[in-house]
Design a protein around this ligand. Structure first.
Ligand SMILES: NC(=O)C1=CN([C@@H]2O[C@H](COP(=O)(O)OP(=O)(O)OC[C@H]3O[C@@H](n4cnc5c(N)ncnc54)[C@H](OP(=O)(O)O)[C@@H]3O)[C@@H](O)[C@H]2O)C=CC1
Ligand SMILES: O=C(CO)[C@H](O)[C@H](O)COP(=O)(O)O
Length: 515
């Protein structure tokens, strides 16, 4: 591996599906020989056939291998393996079978969406044999896998310098040509941050989806007009260069060439990834938020509508119990509380501006909530996160790419990481809070009108609530604390008792009613 330019000349790609296939071609296009391994011979043949058709990948840069012995024999020492596998037991099984062929110094770069604790467990197994295991979250979907994804690696500080020169060659580049990969942190930090990336992704997706619903039904706009709005939002201002807004434009406009109909009109309203177990990042990121005691309602509420959406049959049955529909999922597309046209929108352009700012505010809140989870995890798990590198990773090639948020707010903030009074919590920084404050009147207006018209706005409304409760030191939760003390003798602090440091049990109990 470590020849003159210290970059990798040969590697094995284990897992040749949509991501692995794209990355295999990408590595090969950069002059790296890629040995393919996948249970499906067809998957490997498809990659080789794509290389034959391509102009940038000589098919001779790829070889396919039926077993690990042949795969390992095709590599140079130290051997380098890139994994693009489903999470969990698949990776454990591959590691077990691969172990007999591994030697000191060999490197595994796990580019799947693995749970960070699995990553650390495997790092522990590998390190005792001198094998290096990098947990490298990859983002951007299968198209980016082929042309340059955003890459989020975590491992010990001796291992990362060995793989970074190669990852820099293939990773997405920001507009200044700087690669979107870097030293994110130690241990499972790479997979941890990718997991939170996906949590942020879900919050942003929901906010944009809710805005779509508002425009479609609440304003009775055509798909073409909605596509135009997304295009304008993406072109300038706070949502400038937001990947998810950009693809939303395309989603509105794309027609099926066979039918001439909009593809979107044929898509059923269920997100099933959490049910199929195909992906786990949504569940893990929200579980982490709660376990780290970080309120992340934009992410969590986005996840709840996803969960509700996934089981369409259950929704149909519940709907019938409310007295609407037949209870059979495919009979009707209807609602117990059908969304209606918005009332009180005299000036559509002004409302669309409110909507743009509401979506921005929710996207920024999603980013903030994600960064606060990472900050807390960094302290609890000692990831030693390099925040500036992490924001660089997310500057291009990834699903949460949001140019304004990263360039104008987060990159300048995280450039100060070495300052003695630095905090990675974006809500302690005035540029960020200034923008959130500016967003609130727009968000309030959109949420109020939407609620009046039964529009489905979980992430937008949860963001508004979040900004209210996370910024208040006068919450109605005095009452909650009193309830706890009444029935459970859980104690409370009196007003003015609060002190610096971690939250502690209160010092007082009141005998509200004699036992
Ligand atoms: N799709 C996306 O947009 C993104 C996905 N990811 C992550 O990347 C990873 C791969 O995802 P994706 O490419 O979409 O999934 P795919 O299902 O398309 O690819 C996974 C591949 O792994 C293969 N595989 C399964 N078991 C083994 C094994 N024991 N040895 C070798 N190969 C095996 C599968 O083969 P077979 O089909 O025959 O079982 C399949 O070809 C996942 O962790 C995913 O979460 C990350 C970012 C984006
Ligand atoms: O990791 C990804 C993007 O970043 C993948 O696209 C992933 O499949 C998305 O799935 P989910 O919405 O369940 O996280």
């Amino acid at each position: 591996m470590a020849s003159q330019d210290s970059s990798i000349k040969k590697l094995a790609m284990i897992g040749c599906g949509s991501m692995g296939g794209g990355m295999a071609l990408l590595f090969a296009s950069k002059g790296i020989h890629v040995s393919l391994q996948d249970p499906s011979v067809e998957a490997m043949d498809t990659i080789i056939a794509s290389a034959e058709k391509s102009t940038d990948v000589p098919a001779s840069m790829l070889s396919k291998h039926a077993d690990y012995e042949s795969l390992c024999n095709s590599l140079e020492k130290p051997k380098v393996f890139v994994w693009s596998l489903p999470h969990g037991s698949v990776g454990d099984g591959v590691l077990e079978k691969l172990m007999p062929f591994l030697e000191k110094g060999d490197v595994i770069i796990d580019c799947g969406n693995e749970h960070w604790q699995n990553t650390e467990r495997r790092q522990g197994k590998c390190v005792v044999r001198g094998i290096r295991y990098v947990g490298c979250g990859v983002s951007g979907g299968y198209q980016a896998a082929r042309r340059g994804p955003s890459m989020c690696p975590g491992a010990d500080d001796e291992t990362l310098p060995l793989v970074l020169p190669t990852l820099r060659k293939v990773a997405a580049k920001d507009p200044d040509g700087k690669p979107c990969v870097g030293r994110v942190g130690t241990g499972g930090a790479g997979h941890y941050c990718k997991m939170i990336h996906n949590g942020i992704e879900h919050g942003m997706m929901s906010a944009i989806t809710e805005a779509f619903g508002i425009m479609k039904v609440g304003l009775d706009m055509s798909l073409d007009d909605i596509g135009d709005v997304f295009e304008q939002w993406n072109a300038k201002g706070e949502l400038e260069g937001t990947f998810l807004v950009w693809i939303s434009r395309d989603i509105c406009r794309t027609e099926d060439p066979e039918t001439g109909e909009r593809v979107l009109d044929s898509v059923e309203d269920k997100v099933v990834q959490d049910y199929t177990g195909e992906e786990g990042t949504g569940i893990w990121s929200n579980t982490e938020a709660v376990e780290r005691h970080v309120p992340a309602p934009t992410l969590t509420t986005a996840h709840y509508i996803r969960l509700a959406s996934g089981d369409r049959r259950q929704r149909a049955k519940i709907q019938a119990a409310f007295g609407v529909g037949s209870g059979k999922p495919n009979d009707e597309h209807t609602s117990v509380f059908p969304p209606q046209k918005l009332e009180g929108v005299a000036d559509r352009a002004a409302f669309l501006e409110d909507l743009r700012m509401a979506v921005y505010t929710a996207c920024l809140a999603a980013y903030c909530q994600g960064m606060i989870i990472i900050e807390k995890a960094d302290k609890d798990y000692h990831f030693n996160i390099d925040y500036a590198e992490l924001i660089q990773v997310w500057k291009a090639g990834c699903i949460i790419q949001a140019d304004y948020i990263s360039n104008r707010l987060l990159a300048p903030l995280y450039a100060q990481q070495s300052a003695s009074n630095f905090s990675a919590n974006p809500l302690y920084h005035k540029d960020v809070t200034g923008d959130l404050k500016r967003g609130v009147p727009h968000l309030r207006s959109v949420v109020a009108k939407s609620i009046g018209a039964d529009q489905v706005v979980p992430a937008l409304s949860a963001t508004l609530e979040y900004l209210k409760y996370q910024t208040s030191t006068d919450l109605p939760t005095s009452f909650y604390e009193a309830q706890l003390d009444y029935f459970g003798k859980h104690m409370f602090d009196r007003k003015g008792d609060d002190v610096e440091g971690a939250p502690m049990t209160g010092k007082h109990h009141f005998e509200w009613k004699a036992a």
